[in-house]
Design a protein around this ligand. Structure first.
Ligand SMILES: CSC[C@H]1O[C@H](OP(=O)(O)O)[C@H](O)[C@@H]1O
Ligand SMILES: Nc1ncnc2[nH]cnc12
Length: 290
């Protein structure tokens, strides 16, 4: 029987979580380099937990330089089954107001300068990301959020941009009016794609911190105001996370949406043509099918 192990990847303003039993920061080495930081492991209501600050404690990594592959590999290596991404985002919708949470279910990936796959020549694989988030895990996040009294919107399209600068007014209007995006951030891609390749269920909780730059009644994006909103609403995030163990339970059944079997038929390179060096690096993320 597989045991549930829930990882929380904390975004800007979230560098720690409290309340874990037997909490311990552990170092994890990966073939893809060092993760953003040590990983806090422990348990919550009898369920194993892991917490990784995406930007590192002290906010060291810029959105493009976050070691996304090392982060996902490290979580997989620790036996994580479910990944909850918590991030700050700008909103393109009036009703998704600062302080609200959005359970993101779609992405438009505008990032360029990032390593987006564990696979490459020597072991070629193509996974589907048509539905990049796990509905089962998203359900749990929505339920936990509502139980914690959070205004939480189910479903939303997240525009992932490189940054670190915020968008121009023309970009902001284009994403909102023509591309149908609901929120914007700089980190959920390629994180979600890599989680799928590693056969991890992934859900994204985006906390609205601002209206980006499109809103006529709000000024330009201001990082000080973003952090103030994040800090002022941090308790909501903590309350949501605390509700997850009970909802997910200790026994991890196969994901009804197949996230944990994403690689089943994905690898195309013939066994005798595979690069042994790359296969060695794939031991954690693809070991199940190699
Ligand atoms: C602090 S404002 C911009 C910064 O915040 C978000 O980070 P994260 O997604 O890790 O919460 C956003 O994506 C930018 O990286
Ligand atoms: N407006 C915005 N654009 C990109 N990333 C953000 N993170 C928080 N607010 C953001």
């Amino acid at each position: 029987m597989t045991q549930t192990k829930i990882a929380v990847i904390g975004g800007s303003g979230i560098y720690d979580i409290d309340g874990l039993e037997n909490a311990q920061w552990v170092s994890v080495e990966t073939p893809w380099g060092k993760p953003s930081d040590q990983i806090l492991t422990g348990a919550l209501n009898g369920i194993e937990m892991a917490f990784l600050p995406r930007h590192g404690r002290g906010h060291i990594h810029s959105p493009t330089d976050v070691p996304y592959r090392a982060n996902i590999d490290a979580l997989k290596r620790l036996g994580v089954t479910d990944v909850i991404s918590v991030s700050a985002c700008g909103s393109f919708r009036e009703h998704m107001a600062p302080g609200d949470f959005v359970v993101v279910d779609q992405f438009i990936d505008r990032t360029l300068a990032r390593d987006k796959s564990f696979f490459s020549s020597g072991c070629v694989a193509h996974v589907s990301v048509a539905h990049p988030t796990c509905p089962r895990l998203s359900d749990a996040c929505e339920t936990a959020g509502k139980a914690a009294g959070i205004t939480i919107h189910r479903g939303g399209t997240y525009l992932a941009m490189d940054g670190p600068q915020f968008s121009t007014l023309a970009e902001s209007k284009m994403y909102r009016e023509h591309w149908g995006c609901d929120v914007i951030g700089m980190t959920n891609m390629p994180e979600a794609k890599l989680a799928r390749e590693a056969e991890l269920c992934y859900a994204s909780i985006a906390m609205v911190t601002d209206y980006d730059s499109w809103h006529p009644d709000h000024g330009e994006v201001d990082v000080t105001a973003i952090i103030a909103t994040l800090t002022g609403n941090a308790e909501k995030g903590r309350a949501l996370v605390k509700g997850l163990p009970e909802l997910l339970g200790a026994e991890r059944l196969p994901c009804p949406h197949g996230c944990d079997r994403a690689l089943e038929y994905a690898i195309l390179t013939a066994p005798e043509k595979r690069d042994p060096a790359l296969l060695a690096k794939l031991d954690a993320v693809a070991g199940r099918v190699l």
